[in-house]
Ligand binder design. Structure first.
Ligand SMILES: [Zn+2]
Length: 238
């Protein structure tokens, strides 16, 4: 299988029979996909660094496609028309709410509630488990009040405790340099509660040097799990 780092929190996972595309938000060209495979597009929430309406144009090119949208991604017909999106796109869309579990064809999808907006995804596909956090993270930062940080930590930990001990093959988790001294807290807690083979840091605003900083310091005990991403378009084979 192949995992492609697209940019920011967007990844493409290509399996034998399925393609999973996460949080694609670019305005430009859409990725070229293998149309013999079932294409599943996951959007965690509506923020512009995770979602772009143009993603729906993939349905013109690929018939075997379905979109999963985290709660809060909403639009009416007028808005779709103005953005030149077919108004019958609905038939390709499933909206998912916090802590939901669904079966879609031969895939199992479970959600967690984000501490920001929308959901995180846990997906079982072709006998593998994938976790994409979206913006579910511990967004504590020194510039926030103690109350805010305390509640943030609690909310994040509560949500992850729901999947304590879960085995996940491939995880995608924020490691956000904008948080400054607290950039690693969400990642560390995630790695301390679940059992994942490997984790792709994301939501990095192109500051990939934070991966090495993390591996050398706060994340040293997890260094063998952390994938060293260095540029958009990078491919990883497993
Ligand atoms: Zn974001």
């Amino acid at each position: 299988m192949k995992i492609v780092y697209i940019k920011h929190s967007s990844f493409l996972v290509e399996l034998e029979k399925h393609i999973l595309l996460f949080d694609y938000y670019m305005d430009g060209e859409l990725p070229k996909l293998d149309d013999n495979k079932e294409i599943l597009v996951f959007t965690s929430h509506k923020h512009s660094d995770h979602f772009n309406l143009k993603i729906f144009n993939l349905s013109h090119k690929y018939s075997n496609i379905h979109f999963f949208l985290g709660a809060g991604v909403r639009f009416n017909d007028k808005y779709l028309k103005r953005n030149e999106i077919d108004i019958d796109i609905d038939k390709y869309i499933t909206t998912l709410y916090k802590r939901q579990e669904i079966e879609y064809h031969d895939i199992h999808i479970r959600t967690l509630r984000s501490t920001d907006a929308g959901v995180a995804y846990i997906i079982n596909c072709e006998n593998m488990t994938f976790y994409h956090a979206g913006d579910l993270n511990n967004w504590c930062r020194e510039s926030e009040s103690d109350d805010y940080n305390k509640k943030m930590k609690q909310d994040y930990e509560n949500e992850l405790n729901a999947i304590k001990g879960l085995h996940i093959d491939y995880s995608f988790v924020p490691l956000d340099p904008n948080l400054e001294n607290t950039y690693y807290l969400g990642m560390n807690y995630f790695l301390s509660v679940v059992d994942t083979n490997c984790v792709f840091p994301m939501h990095m605003w192109d500051k990939y040097e934070y991966i090495e900083k993390y591996i050398q310091n706060e994340g040293a005990i997890y260094s063998d799990k952390v994938v060293r991403i260095s540029k958009p378009g990078q491919e990883f084979f497993y």
